[in-house]
Design a protein. Structure first.
Length: 227
């Protein structure tokens, strides 16, 4: 088997202090709740998050996929780089992976510290918390169906960003939280499997820098929903 292109070695910035981040993930009783909100279906929400805070994203009703973007709160030109994160870590994010920012910044924006699903890699070589794909959008939808649809994840992200004076061009490739995906054996084509999230499942991360982040649910919530 070939080796990973960016296989981390001792002292690599890709490796984190697992004792420190593991403690952050496990010592839930020491946390102080700062904010809590529900994002309705067919909508999105953006919010600031300070360095040192923890964000927990919860599936409150069962199977649900979340399309996630992130920016430096003080400089939106620095934003989450899904493609490089996928190369540096894995096609599916897991505990102790980091959200890396785009060039020329290239630094950890956040670190994953909790994942109640812990899906691993299944018999179809699929994984959960997807970086292979991206958000659904009205342009591809119209191209393939000739239908107008303004509640795609892309559209919901755009609307969530407006109060922060960002625009459509600031939306970038996402992390699809709770989404299970892979590539077919024959044609290496992208596929999606049913979302495994149950009521109360969560994915959480620790902010390394001050962040602005919007998330929209997908336009509907069947078990295989996704961006």
């Amino acid at each position: 088997m070939p080796s990973p292109l960016y296989e981390p070695r001792a002292g690599s910035p890709l490796l984190v202090d697992q004792t420190f981040y593991g403690r952050l993930g496990s010592e839930v009783e020491r946390r102080t709740l700062v904010n809590k909100f529900t994002v309705p279906i067919r909508s999105g929400k953006a919010w600031p998050m300070e360095a040192g805070q923890i964000c927990r994203i919860v599936a409150i009703e069962g199977p649900q996929v979340v399309d996630f973007n992130a920016w430096n709160l003080h400089n939106p030109r620095e934003r989450f780089w899904a493609a490089r994160t996928k190369q540096l870590h894995s096609a599916h994010m897991k505990v102790f992976d980091r959200f890396w920012s785009c060039l020329p910044y290239l630094r950890p924006m956040a670190t994953v510290i909790g994942d109640s699903i812990n899906y691993g890699i299944d018999e179809d070589r699929a994984g959960c918390h997807d970086l292979l794909g991206t958000r659904c959008d009205p342009y591809v939808h119209k191209m393939l169906t000739s239908e107008e649809l303004d509640v795609c994840c892309h559209s919901n992200l755009v609307r969530a960003m407006i109060p922060y004076r960002l625009h459509e061009g600031d939306v970038h490739d996402v992390l699809n939280i709770f989404q299970v995906t892979g590539l077919t054996r024959e044609g290496h084509q992208y596929f999606v499997k049913p979302c495994p999230a149950k009521k109360g499942d969560y994915f959480e991360f620790f902010a390394e820098i001050d962040l602005l982040q919007p998330v929209p649910p997908p336009p509907s919530v069947p078990p295989h929903a996704g961006g």
